[in-house]
Structure formats: structure tokens, C-alpha cells
Design a protein. Structure first.
Length: 117
């Protein structure tokens, strides 16, 4: 069956309470320059490889916090990624599970994951 909808994910939106602080935090853990523009006063598009991530303070509320990981960040070395996050004082929710992934929270409480690729 043909569909005009592509089997691709264009971007994922993450609700954040403070767009400047979120931009700086995400850029720091992803090793990115935090030099892009904040659009419309509430949106920051992280310069990702592959599927995009948009930080958006307009959609933030306690009810909108991501409670289950909707995606994962890739890591070549899961142990190194875990230690990096631990050293950054990121709130780690799990240890390395099944030698493959771990969960953590961003400063707003969004539950995220890093997975060995």
C-alpha cells in the first residue's frame, strides 16, 4: 500500500521549563556548541545527526514531562557514556542494564535513555 507519509521520524519535541538552561545542558552532554538561535523565544533546535530534537519551553508543564523514554541517544561505549554522565552529575535512574543501556533524567525530569549502538 502506498502512503504519502514517510516511514521516518523528523524530530522529537522535549518540553523544557527554561529554554536557555536546557539548550546549555543538552549541548554540554552532547558535546555541541550552544551557539544556535532560540527561535520565537521558546524553541531551540539541537544540531543532531539523524532524527532532530527540538527543545520547547512553550509546551512545558509538569503533566508533559516525558515519563517513559520515547527514544534513546546512541553511544559506542556504554560504560564510558555512563561514567561521563555520572561525572557531569546527571541524575542517573538506572545502572547499565543488560550491558546495553541506562536511563537518566534531564534537569526538568524528562526520562531519557542512552543505548549502546
Amino acid at each position: 500500500m502506498n502512503s504519502p507519509i514517510l516511514n521516518q521520524i523528523g524530530t522529537v519535541f522535549i518540553p523544557v521549563s527554561n529554554i536557555e538552561m536546557a539548550r546549555d545542558w543538552y549541548c554540554e552532554i552532547l558535546g555541541l556548541q550552544a551557539d544556535g538561535n532560540i527561535q520565537l523565544g521558546h524553541i531551540y533546535v539541537l544540531p543532531m545527526n539523524g532524527t532532530g530534537i527540538v527543545l520547547d519551553s512553550k509546551i512545558y508543564s509538569a503533566e508533559n514531562i516525558i515519563k517513559t523514554p520515547l527514544f534513546h541517544f546512541n553511544a559506542d561505549n556504554i560504560e564510558e557514556a555512563y561514567e561521563f554522565m555520572k561525572n557531569k552529575k546527571v541524575e542517573l535512574i538506572t545502572g547499565i542494564e543488560h550491558n546495553h543501556y541506562f536511563n537518566f533524567k534531564d534537569p526538568d525530569g524528562n526520562l531519557l535513555m542512552v543505548c549502546k549502538c
